[in-house]
Ligand binder design. Structure first.
Ligand code: ZN
Length: 238
């Protein structure tokens, strides 16, 4: 049963009410709606809790998709957490400080992909750091120059917006896809585009801040050689 993924329309939602609709064989809790981002595209699933009206609190260690098409989310409870059953109503709460840090870092990685206009082969978002792997034949990358370029884009406070386009529109514009390893989720008929005004436009299902100024101070902490054709660029909050 598809989960109503509230974080896709509003990544700033920290809580919502929901109803348990199913339990997976692994013990994952499926809700009718959620604010939990589920592990995808190099960004880890949120942590937080499900709280029943009687006060029972179920800590959630992560959230994952149960299907290839990424339509249903299971919340993975901590070991020994109180049991919930289909039909139970809960308040859904994410660990906001952690999520917000990931939103800032994730958006910073979009800026990094704009600063370095090369194909991206992978990436990951952490709580205090993140990285992208680029298909770059020759190095010559300068940490300080890239950091300065990121600072310029953060200072612009450019707005970050999302919109949906059809699969057919995306297929007609293959240049929108920068990430070679992580194809945008297609087959649902529509794809979510993230635009950073004047700086970046690409399909992405992740969570982002509203404007680049919220990213704050971020710097290139390392550039590593990962094979002949690959450079890993790491970011950290300053
Ligand atoms: Zn994104």
């Amino acid at each position: 049963m598809p989960t109503d993924c509230l974080f896709r329309e509003d990544s700033y939602l920290q809580a919502c009410d929901a109803r348990v609709v199913a339990l997976t064989e692994q013990g994952g809790i499926v809700l009718d709606r959620t604010v939990f981002y589920a592990t995808s595209g190099g960004q880890p699933g949120d942590t937080g809790a499900l709280v029943a009206p009687d006060g029972r609190r179920v800590p959630v260690e992560t959230a994952v998709y149960t299907d290839q098409a990424k339509t249903e989310i299971a919340h993975v409870p901590a070991a020994g957490a109180p049991a919930l059953a289909p039909g139970d109503t809960v308040t859904v709460e994410i660990d906001w400080d952690r999520r917000y840090a990931r939103m800032r870092m994730h958006t910073a990685l979009h800026l990094l992909s704009a600063a370095l206009p090369f194909p991206v082969t992978g990436g990951s978002v952490g709580d205090a750091d993140g990285r992208l792997d680029f298909d770059i034949p020759e190095a010559g990358l300068d940490k300080d120059a890239i950091t300065a370029e990121l600072a310029r884009m953060v200072a612009q406070n450019a707005s970050v917006t999302s919109r949906w386009i059809s699969d057919a529109e995306l297929e007609a514009n293959p240049g929108l896809v920068k990430t070679m390893s992580v194809k945008p989720p297609m087959g649902n008929g529509r794809v979510r585009l993230i635009e950073i005004e004047g700086l970046d436009l690409q399909p992405c299902g992740g969570t982002h801040v509203r404007a680049t100024g919220e990213i704050g101070n971020v710097r290139v902490s390392a550039i590593e050689k990962k094979g002949k054709q690959n450079r890993r660029v790491r970011l950290a909050f300053a």
